[in-house]
Design a binder for this molecule. Structure first.
Ligand code: R5P
Length: 296
């Protein structure tokens, strides 16, 4: 392979460098800026004829990033790139997977069609698979899903003496069971009812048998933080200490981060979306997946 790496987001620089080293391909500078009218300018600084391009760009804040991504891909194709893969540690638009109300756009399908049309393959970390069993149901390109479970299990084993994994809802069971299988740490899931973007209620069975354990809340996404906040309150009312909250993808803002800390939680995230709380490194798994998917 004649590999070149293109990093569209400064926050993904460390990952792009790791890919560059392991795939023995140079990182090529992409120059971009915004015109006074708000439109985007983009320039690739080296010829791309015959190369196998790897574009690194986590897709948090997707509306800001996607047009740039498409400009980059089209420019690479025009210049004669042989193949173009996308490495998106966080994959956006996975949560609207059905029409909850009449007339709603099923954005997960539209987004998947757009990405599949422009890229030859994709690697991502723990996408939000709820009503879809696999990305193949909506993505038509080869893809690899990296699991953060091993890295999370190692972090917990290293940091917490008597952990109990707690999931805020049944969807989180997929991540909890994997971490539990790898580490032997017990887990239980609560029930969540969401009645609005920031309106969440959680409930659960009596789990007094677990007193003395340190609860570790695990969810794939922390966004408004309300799922975590409600679960923290629930656990505290049940007599537990404030938990460690582990989110795979840190989609929250600083106000949410502060609120979680004020509730007594220690917030820990994986480095799929840049945030000060990033303490669990999943880059190694990403690079391994890229090697697998690009293997001739
Ligand atoms: C939803 O199904 C996800 O697994 C998360 O629980 C959710 O995205 C968290 O969102 P928020 O932080 O806004 O409650």
């Amino acid at each position: 392979m004649n590999t070149r790496i293109y990093c569209l987001d400064d926050h993904n620089e460390a990952l792009a460098q790791a890919v560059s080293t392991r795939m023995t391909g140079a990182c090529i500078e992409v120059v971009s800026r915004t015109f006074p009218d708000g439109e985007s300018y983009l320039r690739i600084t080296e010829d791309a004829k015959g190369i196998d391009a790897i574009v690194v760009c986590s897709l948090d804040n997707p509306n800001e990033k996607v047009l740039q991504l498409l400009f980059l891909v089209d420019a690479l194709k025009d210049m004669g790139a042989k193949s173009i893969g996308l490495v998106a540690p966080y994959l956006a638009y996975m949560r609207q997977d059905i029409r909850f109300n009449p007339g709603e756009a099923i954005s997960s399908k539209t987004f998947a069609a757009l990405i599949s049309q422009h890229f030859d393959w994709m690697v991502t970390v723990d996408p939000h698979l709820h009503r879809y069993n696999s990305l193949d149901e909506i993505y038509s390109i080869p893809n690899r899903v990296v699991s953060s479970a091993k890295a999370i299990a190692c972090w917990i084993k290293d940091q917490v003496e008597k952990p109990l994994l707690v999931g805020p809802d049944s969807e989180s069971a997929q991540w909890l069971s994997e971490i539990s299988d790898l580490s032997g740490i017990p887990y239980l899931c609560l029930e969540k009812i969401r009645s609005g973007d920031r309106d969440v209620a959680v409930s659960g069975d009596d789990f007094s048998q677990w007193h003395g354990f340190e609860p570790i809340l695990v969810d794939d996404i922390i966004s408004s933080g309300h799922t975590m906040l409600e679960t923290i309150t629930y656990l505290k009312n049940a007599g537990f200490s404030a938990p460690v909250c582990i989110g795979i993808h840190a989609l929250f803002n600083d106000a949410t981060y502060l609120e979680l800390q004020r509730a007594g939680a220690r917030v820990i995230t994986c480095n799929t979306v840049f945030h000060h709380s990033n303490s669990i490194d999943v880059n190694e798994g990403i690079v391994t997946a890229i090697k697998e998917i690009t293997r001739p």
